[in-house]
Design a protein around this ligand. Structure first.
Ligand code: AMP
Length: 283
């Protein structure tokens, strides 16, 4: 078993560890996470390892991206289990700052992303979310200065927002999107799947199934809005509370008028009991 894994909790010790890598001319890849690691996260680490000699994983449950009524307090946290997964994935460095290191007293600066962050998808239901994500990711990028940063396509709007932010701020790194890792029945892996009851877990894969059906029908030339309307009813009847099911331009996330406006991405968010699930696929 790999034992080199080092955990740092202050910006000073992070910089000291990174300096050694840079002095050796080694490339660095960063995988930002909120912990409660699963195979989706380890897929990002594998891709990171493919691209860079050194892999840094951050574990930080970021309070600024949760609204007061959301699950910040109850979000799953299991550092010891995470460390085991990180060792097995041969990660070099864990950046696990306490909240007061990330946001010291007097912290007063926020990034306010627009464009994809105002697409009317996640932002309509979690208005504070992308401001919080962009701010913490900008901090992670400047703290670590990685050559590569790996994000999951599972959080597709987030991937677009972070990619645009890195470009707009001239940050010298490449943001890479990694395909969604799924359970055998199609359910996208998520730390929040732990909230699902047995009955809800049995229903949850319907979301991905419906996305696949929609993609097939749109590809065969059916009217997009009609296809989506039928799918919205199907999701509703299965017991979900639908937040949105949309066909959007895969890069800008702007609404799609006709199938010629490709590439198209289908994005869905729905609540099942207390659990909010999101998913998306390419058409
Ligand atoms: P989280 O810890 O949930 O904030 O996720 C950290 C990173 O892992 C984000 O870039 C997510 O998009 C990515 N991720 C989460 N679930 C999956 C999955 N099922 N497949 C691929 N990437 C994922």
């Amino acid at each position: 078993m790999e034992t080199r894994l080092k955990t740092v909790r202050t910006v000073y010790s992070l910089r000291r560890a990174l300096e050694l890598y840079r002095k050796a001319g080694e490339r660095i890849a960063l995988v930002p996470t909120m912990g409660a690691l699963h195979r989706g996260h380890t897929a990002l680490m594998r891709e990171a390892r493919r691209r860079a000699r050194r892999v840094v994983v951050s574990i930080f449950v970021n309070p600024t991206q949760f609204a007061p009524h959301e699950d910040f307090a109850s979000y799953p946290r299991d550092f010891q289990t995470d460390i085991k997964a990180l060792r097995e994935a041969k990660v070099d460095l864990v950046w696990a700052p306490p909240v007061e290191v990330m946001y010291p007293d007097g912290f007063a600066t926020r990034i306010a992303p627009e464009g994809a962050a105002k697409a009317g998808l996640e932002d309509s239901f979690r208005p504070h979310f992308f401001g919080g994500v962009a701010t913490v990711v900008a901090k992670l990028f400047t703290q670590v200065s990685p050559d590569f940063a790996l994000f999951g396509q599972k959080d597709y709007q987030q991937l677009r927002v972070v990619t645009q932010m890195a470009k707009d701020l001239d940050l010298p790194l490449k943001v890479i999107g990694v395909p969604t890792v799924r359970e055998a029945d199609g359910l996208a892996l998520s730390s929040r799947n732990a909230y699902l009851s047995t009955a809800e877990r049995a229903v949850a894969p319907l979301l991905h199934r419906v996305l696949e059906e929609c993609a097939t029908r749109i590809n065969s030339g059916e009217n997009i809005e009609r296809v989506l309307n039928v799918a919205r009813i199907e999701i509703d009847l299965a017991g979900f509370t639908l937040d949105y099911l949309e066909a959007r331009h895969a890069v800008t996330l702007a609404p799609i008028g006709s199938p010629s406006e490709s590439p198209i991405r289908l994005l869905v968010a729905a609540r099942l009991g207390k659990t909010r699930l999101i998913d998306n696929i390419a058409v």
